[in-house]
Design a protein around this ligand. Structure first.
Ligand SMILES: O=C(O)CCC(=O)C(=O)O
Length: 303
């Protein structure tokens, strides 16, 4: 796999902006994602699941084996012998939507001992490296350290995936059809969220794109003259720290930045029937399941 095309970016490191989110050209109002400690299941179901609203569940993972044991050294010891993909880029925040948002991203398979070393020594590397969305079932040595949160019915639990990245790495705005809990075991994730009603302002990729759940915007390099609808957005913000997890209702847009070296896991639940009947959800099902089976000339009609 080749490196980034020469001349796309000036040499040197990408600067992560430290200016407050309230002065971001796309943002109108900033709200804090609610944080609740020791929440009862009934309250969680009534307020957040039924209300379709995000919440940070504080202290939720304090007794998890992963919270007490996980570190880069521990991962290297347990799964360093395994091979898995790693993303790398001259940009810190992962967006697989390479050309639209101006990021050039690469993925290669590495032995995890090497991948974890690249992440640990990020400051000395030319690229930003991110281990993103590796199914935990591919790393069976870690499975016993994790238990899916019991806030949602067990029979809808689908899978879990691990993310390991150093300061400044993360994932651009996207939404998922599924209901996710984003758990942090080491470090902190700064999360920005937008309600599903903001979808049109986020310029999602076309229905025929396998990345139709990603925004065309690069939130970290705003371009308000091109994305004119992206203004006055009501953005929800919160830091998810080690031992905490964020409830991400399906179809909510989220943008994640790791603050310091961060190890996290997403626990993923299938949607309910009422979520599946949502128009945006139907649109995404179409994009993922139906469109790829159609001939190219049908796929491109109407664009
Ligand atoms: O932690 C990250 O970088 C992204 C996690 C995420 O967006 C997700 O689990 O849907």
């Amino acid at each position: 796999m080749g490196g980034p095309a020469a001349g796309h970016y000036a040499a040197g490191r990408f600067e992560v902006s430290s200016s407050p989110i309230s002065s971001h050209p796309y943002v109108g109002r900033v709200r804090e994602i609610p944080r609740e400690a020791g929440i009862a299941r009934e309250r969680f179901a009534g307020t957040y699941v039924r209300g379709h609203r995000p919440v940070i569940l504080a202290q939720a993972l304090e007794t998890s084996a992963a919270t007490s044991k996980w570190s880069l050294d521990y991962l290297a010891q347990r799964v360093g012998h395994r091979f898995a993909p790693i993303e790398y880029s001259l940009r810190p925040v992962y967006n697989p939507n390479a050309n639209v948002s101006g990021g050039i991203y690469h993925r290669k398979t590495v032995q995890l001992s090497d991948g974890l070393k690249l992440i640990a020594t990020q400051q000395r590397q030319r690229y930003w490296y991110y281990i993103s969305t590796i199914p935990v079932r591919d790393l069976p040595e870690l499975e016993n350290d994790l238990e899916a949160p019991d806030f949602l019915p067990r029979d809808r639990f689908r899978t879990s995936a691990i993310f390991v990245g150093n300061d400044g790495t993360g994932t651009q705005f996207h939404y998922d059809l599924t209901t996710n809990f984003l758990a942090v075991f080491v470090g902190c994730k700064r999360v920005r969220m937008l309600a599903p009603s903001a979808t049109a302002s986020l310029y999602p990729l076309g229905i025929d794109s396998p990345l139709c759940n990603f925004s065309q915007l690069n939130f970290d390099a705003p371009d308000p003259s091109r994305f004119v609808k992206a203004r006055g957005l009501e953005i929800w913000e919160g830091d998810v720290r080690a031992g905490e997890m964020l409830y991400i209702p399906g179809l909510w847009w989220h943008h994640v930045t790791n603050v310091g070296l961060t190890i996290g896991v997403t626990f993923i639940w299938n949607q309910t029937w009422w979520q599946a009947l949502n128009w945006q959800s139907i649109r995404m099902q179409l994009a993922h399941r139906v469109m790829p089976r159609l001939p190219a000339r049908v796929r491109s009609a109407g664009r």
